[in-house]
Design a protein around this ligand. Structure first.
Ligand code: CTP
Length: 403
């Protein structure tokens, strides 16, 4: 999963020889998880067929204001198209199309869409070297940048004319990387590091048995994913869970028990800006782990248990500038117990969920939480999906940091 996952990319193709690369560009965006629609200038169809681009994008390609051939003569709504897009990428952007964009001309669907789009617009010029450095082209670039559009500079190399110089459209994978990096630079948690613990721990009794719990890790995985979507670099220390996290900005460290979770956390905690402990860590483990499978015997069996390290308490004791968030799952005296943990573990925020609430806690895809911060301010939330709860937690972390 990348920052372009589920993003809607509108690709504008104008009539330059580099249009043949737009097929690769559609694929490169789709590979990052984006949905792609293509709008072309009528002349661009001489360079690359709409069939190629519609097949690759799995969406109809639009190039005219209405479908002449269609029985109903359907109108292609440029306003809808512009509003649909999260990002509009015009590549290749010819000198002619760019100049018209700079002057508000709307004599084809691509241009009309450009003037009605509200999303960020990227343009990747492609033209011959002398056109690229012509003062009118420089003016055009500056005008468009002044509108807030983002230029993906052309590169140097052999051009279609046979001349060598600047004017080649950036390569498709470089355009995708440019857009992704630009998105990242504007995200609020860019440059921040977060550690998240999630999932259960399994404390071995013997090679086949363990003491564990019903945690799925979903809440922590959602927190890690949302933080990564906001630009943070996340380390997810994940206990044995059938779920995982595939976000490109989340480094997953798989652990089994409280001791290995503790060890992994100590290796990454000092360096982080935020830490969220959502794991359901076992408080006790068998004192002696049998190397062989234990055979049953007549009568009862007692297993002696010893305390595990409280990882969150360790983080609280070693806190420097981190914003530290813990969870509390309570069944009685919820607020008082949660406040006690907040203080004992030196937290900035505790997220309380009560097993008394329907749809909250382990296994559910929803959660009902109450936030308590170190000033003992309380915020109670409605039942929400764990993704929405993760967003609320990240909002709270950002406001705590700015407070
Ligand atoms: N936690 C941890 N390491 C442990 C135990 C808990 O990091 N060994 C973290 C959890 O991830 C969670 C919070 O501490 O954020 C929960 O704390 P706590 O309530 O102490 O766990 P419980 O076992 O529920 O405690 P108690 O029996 O006191 O209710």
């Amino acid at each position: 999963m990348s920052l372009l996952q589920d993003k809607k990319i509108l690709l504008g193709v104008s009539a330059g020889i580099a249009a043949y690369k737009s097929a690769m560009l559609v694929r490169a965006f789709i590979k990052q998880g984006a949905e792609v629609k293509v709008v072309m200038t009528p002349a661009a169809k001489d360079f690359v067929t709409p069939l190629t681009l519609s097949t690759l994008s799995k969406n109809p390609v639009q190039s005219t204001f209405y479908e002449k051939e269609s029985e109903n003569e359907l109108w292609n709504n440029h306003v809808d198209l512009g509003l649909w897009a999260d990002y509009f990428v015009i590549a290749p952007a010819t000198a002619n199309t760019l100049s018209k964009m700079a002057h508000g001309k709307s004599d084809n669907l691509l241009l009309a869409t450009y003037t009605s789009a509200k999303c960020p617009v990227y343009f990747a010029p492609a033209m011959d070297l002398d056109m690229y450095i012509h003062p009118s082209t420089t003016n055009t670039f500056n005008t468009l940048k002044g509108f807030g559009n983002i230029m993906i500079p052309a590169t140097s190399g052999e051009l279609a004319s046979g001349l060598v110089g600047q004017g080649r459209m950036a390569e498709p994978e470089d355009i995708v990387a440019f857009v992704e990096d630009d998105i990242l630079q504007k995200l609020p948690l860019k440059g921040k590091k977060m550690v998240v613990t999630a999932g259960p721990t399994y404390e071995a009794i013997d090679p086949v048995r363990f003491i564990g719990n019903h945690s799925t890790g979903r809440m922590g995985i959602n927190i890690a994913t949302e933080a990564a979507n906001l630009g943070a670099e996340v380390t997810l220390v994940l206990g044995p869970s059938t779920l995982t996290c595939t976000h490109s900005r989340v480094n997953v460290i798989k652990v089994v028990n409280a001791a290995s979770m503790y060890k992994s956390v100590t290796e990454v905690y000092n360096d982080c800006d935020y830490a969220v402990a959502s794991a359901a860590v076992a408080d006790y483990r068998p004192k002696n782990r049998s190397d062989q499978k234990m055979k049953k015997k007549d009568g009862d069996l007692s297993i002696e248990l010893e305390r595990t390290t409280d990882i969150l308490k360790w983080m609280g004791d070693h806190k420097k500038n981190q914003v530290l968030v813990g969870f509390a799952l309570e069944t009685e005296n919820e607020i008082e117990n949660a406040k006690g943990k907040l203080k004992r573990k030196n937290l900035d925020l505790i997220v309380l969920n009560s097993l008394n609430d329907k749809g909250a806690g382990f296994k559910a895809k929803t959660n009902k939480v109450t936030f308590i911060n170190s000033n003992e301010e309380i915020k109670a939330f409605q039942l929400k999906t764990k993704t929405e709860v993760a967003k609320d937690i990240l909002n709270e972390i950002q406001s705590l940091q700015n407070a």
